[in-house]
Ligand binder design. Sequence first.
Ligand code: SAM
Length: 224
Amino acid sequence: MRIDIISCLPSLLASPFDHSIIKRAKEKGLVTVHLHDLRDFTSSKHRNVDDYAYGGGAGMVMMVEPIANCISYLQKERSYDEIIYMTPDGITLNQAMANGLSLLKNIIILCGHYKGIDERIRETFITREISIGDYVLSGGELAAAVLSDAIIRLIPGVLSDETSALTDSFQDGLLAPPVYTRPYDYHGQKVPDVLLSGNEKEIEKWRFDKAVERTKKRRPDLLE
Ligand SMILES: C[S@@+](CC[C@H](N)C(=O)[O-])C[C@H]1O[C@@H](n2cnc3c(N)ncnc32)[C@H](O)[C@@H]1O
């Protein structure tokens, strides 16, 4: 999979893609992440990417031209399955969406800043608008990193134990059950005996029951 991320602050995104699972996915050749600086696509002398909002009011707006130039440049090289704009008024990201996106070949993720991007970009180029929650960030970079991480770990072959992703929260509509590691006894708090029993069927049943119990308690909406 190839992910192209367009931003006016690409340095914000250097680190999230250089660690842990994403780093290994890149090393295995399962994903490539390309950062594009919007300022490289402006014709303005001062490399501006924003301007005052028509109608007045506080906050600058990201201009059409640099974004359109950058997307068109990328589209000349290859076709894209989705051109995603990270925005608080988009559809809220969930695991089902991440599963679907992880099967795509080429995607673009556009990060906004200031008051957002000129509406005409949304009308002309954007195929999907995604929010990472009902709150407002200063820019789309952290949201793009969250989306990319959620997608990349689901690409077949990325996790060394494929079943690990399948037993995570939301994958089957339930929250994940509790997990334990050594020591067996921590100041009197003991690991449930069934997990030491070696009886796979019993362990699976215990995990399922706990997942249902936890979901009922914390996220009953998932069971509706
Ligand atoms: C300060 S925000 C703009 C908010 C916009 N004026 C509004 O009220 O909807 C700047 C940029 O951060 C990104 N952003 C902020 N919150 C986000 C969220 N919850 N999910 C995804 N992207 C977000 C978007 O790319 C947005 O264009």
